[in-house]
Write a protein that binds this ligand. Structure first.
Ligand code: MIC
Ligand code: SF4
Length: 654
């Protein structure tokens, strides 16, 4: 055996003792499990949501996919539910027709937030789940490997193709002790974010272990795995144990339970230890989920708005916690409090047990079971407002108000703020009674539509309203790729800056219209300049494209002719999306070369040079050559030269 092989085998063995490695190994169809190496894995389940789903299914049409080949695929409608005009309504009808034709389960608007519903009804320990939403790792709370991806990757997985990813390193997060009263699972993940920051998880999986694990219920674990996405991690996962079994019994799926955990002699690439009993209530300050401090540090700040819900904190336990704290009290008159239940099952249970009445009587405004304010769909704060939210993202402007100050906290902290009108450490509010979990959470089926059988499905016509425009394919790269620098950006640019959501969500299935808003929060003139220059380049700092999985953040710039992004580093999902839509992703070999490029400079690279990982970027304006590199595999280089994966696959199929 040669040396490289020996090293490979030992890396392989080490990884396979982790829970992450075990699930990857069971699903491996291509490559070797060595951190950093590309592998292909079989996907058991997929999920899409409407804001990414319409385009994913339009792409599935381009790819000629006719029927889901997964064990289970679900299409959720939970982001764009307000239907201010025909656009969203048309999208919903399209999604319903797609679900019937392709054999997908449809979760209609009002049924709940995709990750909450998936956790309750479908996620299974040991399975792989690919979702066109960055918070798909929520399913890790039940021991299911959830990974977020662009819609094209999900469409391919629906068609039975493997999903390709770089094998992650595994960080073991050891939990010891038990949380003190008024300290919540949300504080655990805020602590992880305080330690790792918003890019510390890139290329890694976060795997929880240790004696503290059994003190956390599945929904609490899911809060933690959900927000692991904010570290940039590929996935986050908890073992499947008796607590998992108890949850699966509660939702009527105990037959799907299997025990899963890492081996006793597991060796993680890195270990972070969190003593649960030492944790204090934490809060992420504006405008980054990674800017975490103890609540006590910002105590007394006046609060205008509190929002409870989102895929991070909308479980039965979360909302009963809110109801207990609010019962018989009154929300501070200067605060507007909203509550969005995570699923219809949670909502009904709250109603049946009287908790809903407690929330309403205290002055909480109950919103639909959807993403709502989290994605800027309503409840935009007043100008300059302070909003405390139990959500996972507080990027500037995401709430719909550019100068709002959004803080992220646990339900306990958020309710304390709603009652007092200022940021308050929840421990000052007294102790919370033990929350009684229902023995059974009755699943509500009124808004779930099962697909018809194959024969019926063949007769289904896809219904496309006038706002749904076909996806255009990009042409092959010319020999020389050149153009102007259209914009130069700093570190940690989120997809909310590249392709804002909020009021523009109804344009998700209309790329020509949506593209008019590319980079609008950073530079409202970008669209005009991109058009005038016939595209060009984007220069960025570290962690470019952090946040959502929305492929529109690549698809729309690609539509405007953006040719390449040269950054200090990229976020995982966005990098894949750039390749899918033909935008060349390059990084500086020397980070300080970022300073050798200015807006409007004329840049040039040779397409043939992409065959090497290292290449030269010419800055023709400044007369300098800048060494840059890429991490694309040889097959990704072929695809980018063809105008991106979508263009490549669809031309190869025809
Ligand atoms: C988000 O939280 O940013 C979203 C909206 O859920 C996105 C998906 C999208 O943009 O549609 C995500 O997290 O991937
Ligand atoms: Fe919806 Fe917010 Fe969760 Fe994204 S983060 S899926 S917008 S609730």
């Amino acid at each position: 055996m040669d040396d490289t092989k020996k090293i490979q085998n030992s890396a392989d063995l080490k990884l396979q003792k982790t829970l992450t490695g075990k699930i990857l190994a069971q699903h491996l169809v291509k490559g070797v499990l060595i951190p950093g190496e590309e592998i292909g894995i079989k996907i058991d389940q997929t999920l899409t949501q409407d804001a990414t789903g319409t385009v994913a299914y339009l792409e599935a049409e381009v790819l000629g996919i006719d029927r889901a080949r997964t064990e289970l695929s679900v299409s959720y409608i939970d982001h764009n539910t307000l239907k201010m005009d025909f656009k969203n309504a048309d999208d919903h009808v399209y999604l319903q027709s797609v679900a019937a034709k392709y054999g997908l389960i449809l979760s209609k608007a009002g049924n709940g937030i995709c990750h909450q519903v998936h956790l309750e009804r479908f996620a299974q320990p040991g399975k792989t789940l690919l979702g066109s939403d960055s918070h798909t790792p929520t399913a890790g709370g039940i021991g299911c490997m959830g990974i977020g991806a662009g819609g094209l990757d999900v469409a391919l997985a629906i068609g039975g193709e493997p999903f390709f990813l770089k094998t992650p390193k595994v960080i073991g997060i050891k939990l010891t002790g038990k949380l003190k009263p008024m300290v919540a699972a949300k504080d655990v993940i805020l602590e992880v974010l305080r330690i790792l920051g918003v890019k510390g998880g890139v290329g890694k999986a976060l795997e929880y272990f240790g004696p503290g694990v059994k003190t956390l219920s599945v929904p609490e674990r899911a809060t933690i795995t959900n927000m692991g996405a904010e570290t940039g991690a590929t996935t986050s996962i908890f073992p499947s144990d008796e607590v998992t079994l108890e949850f699966m019994r509660c939702v009527g799926r105990e037959d799907q339970w299997v025990r899963l955990e890492a081996d006793n002699d597991v060796e993680y690439d890195e270990i972070i230890e969190i003593e649960l009993d030492k944790l204090v209530p934490l809060i992420a300050k504006p405008h980054s989920p990674g800017d975490v401090v103890p609540v006590s540090e910002v105590e007394g700040t006046k609060v205008d708005q509190v929002c409870i819900g989102s895929c991070t904190n909308s479980s039965f336990k979360d909302l009963v916690t809110a109801a207990y704290m609010l019962k018989g009290k009154r929300v501070n008159p200067e605060v507007s409090l909203t509550v969005s239940p995570g699923s219809m099952s949670v909502y009904c249970e709250l109603a049946e047990r009287g908790y809903l009445a407690d929330l309403i009587a205290a002055g909480a405004r109950i919103l639909e079971c959807t993403c709502g304010p989290c994605i800027g769909q309503g409840q935009a704060p007043k100008s300059g407002a302070v909003s405390v939210r139990t959500f996972n993202r507080n990027f500037k402007g995401r709430s719909g108000t550019a100068d709002a100050q959004v803080y992220l906290s646990s339900v306990e902290t958020a309710v304390s703020c709603a009652l007092t009108g200022v940021i308050t450490d929840p421990r000052a509010m007294g102790e919370l009674r033990e929350i009684p979990m229902p023995e059974k959470l009755r699943m509500q089926n009124a808004l779930i539509v099962e697909p018809p059988g194959r024969e019926e499905a063949e007769k289904v016509e896809l219904i496309r309203g006038p706002n749904i425009k076909p996806i255009e394919l990009r042409g092959e790269l010319p020999e020389i790729v050149d153009g102007r620098v259209l914009i130069k950006l700093e570190d940690n640019i989120s997809t909310d800056i590249i392709m804002p959501a909020g009021i523009y969500l109804p344009l998700r299935s209309n790329i020509p219209e949506y593209a008019k808003h590319v980079f609008e929060p950073a530079d409202p003139d970008f669209y005009r300049r991109a058009k005038e220059n016939n595209g060009g380049f984007v220069i960025a700092g570290e962690n470019y494209g952090q946040g959502s999985s929305r492929e529109h953040a690549a698809l729309c710039p690609s539509y405007l002719g953006v040719k390449g992004v040269i950054a200090k580093s990229f976020a995982r999902i966005h990098l894949a999306n750039l390749i899918n839509f033909g935008i060349i992703p390059l990084t500086f070999k020397n980070a300080e070369d970022y300073n050798r490029i200015d807006p409007d400079d004329e840049l040039q690279i040779r397409t043939a040079d992409l065959d090497n990982g290292d290449l030269v970027l010419k800055n023709l304006t400044k007369g300098v050559e800048i060494p840059v590199q890429h991490t694309m595999t040889s097959s990704e280089v072929i695809r980018i030269k063809a105008g991106g994966s979508l263009a490549y696959i669809s031309r190869s199929n025809s």
